[in-house]
Design a protein around this ligand. Structure first.
Ligand code: ACM
Length: 678
């Protein structure tokens, strides 16, 4: 009886699975369709591999398999693992699609393309990792949702060597990601050898400060490789060829980014003649009035295109102020000659010109969404990072678009409780939010132009390889599923279970992942409304809130809703001012406590108040001070902090005033979410 009790539930689960034909599938990204069959693969290991494909393809696939965890050898007869290139009508149409059939006597992967066979192998490797050789019989039919499935890596703010890059390429391949966007140049360091301009790597690739923060807080100068304590590095052309060969073997295209016309302080430090001032360390933007700038950019791009075979070359184009251009005689002369009415138009001129240069070399330009700010950019693809609006606009104009909005795709933000996590950039982007992203919802007009999605890893706050992996994984698993899997198959609870398993696998492979099992989750206070005496009471503001952070307007501080980790919602922001609000409770009431929470978030220039004062009045005049509570957290604390300032006691009153005194940093913010009165 007891034995039956233990066996019965397991039997029921097996029965249910075989009745429904649904397979518990642990593969990430989730395949389009998985049907379970009866039995398990029994042929054992090593797998005897036969490939039906041209010899070069067969060699590439068997070489890959031999370097994988799958015990195998090549054979021509009695194969137990067959890989078949085929154009059979039953196969998925995409060259990246595949079918994978596991039967008791053999496993067959079929595809129209080599990439599809490679992805079928990735699914098989994951099944093997989960089940060993006794893989349950099943049939998978799979193909990707998007053609562009990308990961971006900033190697300027902190430098990551070629072995690190190759390691991430291997993880990308197992997630069926196929584009690495390599951010090779930026103000904090130039990272690619260019023969014609050796100073870019002799000087502009090095600084004295090992962290971006220290460099940023200092004079932001460059150094040389041989200077004592020099930090930095760059990829030689051979390094890049090695990375490209690795990527090619993993069916990944590497897209280099050479930033222009902004984010170029490092270039202008060693080529000051290309800046409007003609001096180093003045501006971060190329002088666009000077022909020398275009000669330089074209020379660099010539060497870049000689190295990189990618169809797309990324030219940046983001975050340009154009301030130096307005007072530069050469830029003004160009604007007049070309009829360019604004800094944006001058930037568009430069980008169009570079686009034509690339086009003449058979390449296409891709840039951040600012490249469309002054109108269409013929032939260019657009990466939408300032939200999705830029991408939507670009898609409506017929541009190819890669979605990577900060809200869902910036992996430099915190993935868990910011008070406990290692320092990161602003924002809270947990796994569930990445997973929830849909880059091309059905209602989007021009959605056929959304060619894919990408996660961006900016590395200002990521000084080490292990920290980079920690920020990437498991969020990259979720991004892979967003990029590959059909949205109608999405199920976060199921994904999270698979992600936990995949984290274990990644750790066994030597990746330093975030510990998903220990995830804390969203700020507890924000999970349920708080009840208190002031809920729904009117609030008078002595100083207005800032229009960028209104939260719920006049209702925000008495709506019963506490702020989440992210200060972008529910928190009300005040800039360059104290915060003073008076809550009208409607009648004189007994009072026992008054509290308000504030945030300090150094990188977002949000500060705790120097002091918070609570006072009460019966008639909205003659306020009695109840408490003046000083802040004890130093302003140089970089870690985000959420602090409650509270008075406890016994009194009565109708009008409750909270005054939070700013620390007075120019441009500084105060953020609060609720005045809680009991
Ligand atoms: C960007 O994050 N500035 C593209």
């Amino acid at each position: 009886m007891n034995r039956l009790r233990t066996i019965l539930p397991a039997l029921l689960v097996l029965l249910c699975l075989s009745c429904s034909g649904e397979q518990e599938c642990t593969v990430i990204p989730r395949p389009l369709s998985v049907q379970s069959e009866s039995g398990v693969f029994r042929a054992g290991v090593p797998f005897a591999v036969a490939v039906e494909a041209p010899e070069t393809v067969a060699n590439a696939l068997t070489d890959y398999l031999s370097s994988s965890s799958l015990p195998c050898h090549r054979c021509d007869t009695a194969a137990t693992l067959r890989l078949e290139l085929s154009d059979d009508a039953s196969l998925p149409l995409s060259d990246e699609g595949y079918t994978l059939e596991v039967r008791p006597d053999r496993i067959v992967v079929r595809s129209r393309g080599e990439a599809g066979l490679f992805y079928g192998i990735q699914s098989l490797l994951q099944l093997y990792d989960r089940h060993g050789a006794r893989i349950p019989a099943l049939q998978i039919a799979d193909s990707p949702r998007f053609a562009y499935r990308g990961m971006h890596l900033d190697v300027s703010r902190h430098f990551f060597g070629k072995e690190f890059v190759k390691k991430q390429l291997r993880m990308m391949a197992s997630l069926k990601l196929n584009r690495l966007h390599w951010h090779l140049t930026d103000g904090a360091g130039w990272r690619i050898a260019i023969d014609r301009y050796p100073l870019l790597t002799e000087v502009a690739a090095w600084r004295r400060e090992p962290t971006w923060q220290a460099w940023q807080a200092g004079n932001r100068h460059y150094s040389t490789a041989s200077a004592p304590g020099a930090y930095g590095g760059y990829y030689t052309k051979d390094d890049i060829r090695e990375v490209l060969a690795c990527a090619d073997s993993l069916h990944i295209t590497v897209i280099p980014e050479i930033e222009m016309p902004g984010h170029s302080e490092e270039v202008l430090a060693v080529c000051p003649e290309l800046s409007c001032a003609g001096k180093p360390y003045v501006s971060g933007e190329f002088c666009l009035g000077s022909e020398e700038t275009f000669v330089f950019l074209e020379n660099v791009l010539t060497e870049v295109t000689e190295l990189f075979p990618s169809e797309y070359i990324h030219i940046g184009g983001d975050e340009v102020s154009g301030q130096a251009w307005a007072s530069c005689p050469k830029c003004r002369a160009r604007m007049e000659r070309e009829g360019l009415g604004s800094a944006q138009a001058l930037q568009a001129y430069a980008i169009r010109r570079i686009g034509r240069f690339l086009e003449a070399r058979g390449r296409k330009l891709v840039g951040w969404d600012e490249i469309l700010d002054s109108g269409p950019m013929p032939g260019a693809a657009v990466m939408s990072w300032r939200g999705e609006e830029g991408g939507r606009r670009a898609a409506a104009l017929g541009h190819d678009v890669i979605m990577c909005p900060g809200s869902h795709c910036y992996f430099d933000g915190f993935q868990d409780n910011p008070e406990r996590e290692p320092q990161a950039f602003t924002g809270y982007l947990p796994l569930a939010k990445v997973y929830s992203y849909d880059p091309a919802p059905a209602a989007l007009s021009g959605r056929e132009h959304i060619i894919g999605v990408q996660a961006n890893l900016w590395t200002e706050y990521i000084p080490t390889p292990s920290q980079a992996e920690y920020m990437l994984y498991p969020r990259m698993f979720a991004l892979a599923e967003v990029a590959w899997s059909a949205p109608e198959t999405k199920d976060y609870a199921d994904f999270r279970r698979r992600a936990l398993r995949f984290c274990d696998r990644a750790r066994r492979q030597g990746y330093h992942t975030f510990d998903l099992r220990a995830e804390f989750g969203e700020r507890t206070e924000s999970l349920a409304p708080v009840r208190h005496l002031a809920v729904g009471c009117p609030v008078h503001y002595t100083y207005p809130w800032h229009p960028d952070y209104p939260a719920d307007g006049t209702a925000a501080l008495t709506d019963g809703l506490r702020g989440p980790w992210s200060y972008g919602t529910r928190w009300q922001g005040f800039r360059d001012t104290d915060m003073e609000v008076t809550v009208d409770l409607g009648r004189v009431r007994p009072l026992r406590s008054i509290a308000a929470d504030f945030i300090q978030w150094h990188s977002a220039w949000i500060w705790l108040p120097a002091q918070v004062e609570f006072s009460v009045s019966d008639d909205n005049s003659g306020f009695r001070t109840l408490a003046a509570l000083p802040n004890s957290l130093p302003s140089d604390c970089h870690r985000p902090a959420y602090r409650t300032f509270a008075w406890h006691g016994e009194t009565t009153g109708r009008y409750v005033r909270c005054r939070a005194r700013s620390q007075g940093f120019p441009g500084g913010w105060l953020f609060t979410d609720e005045i809680i009165v009991n």
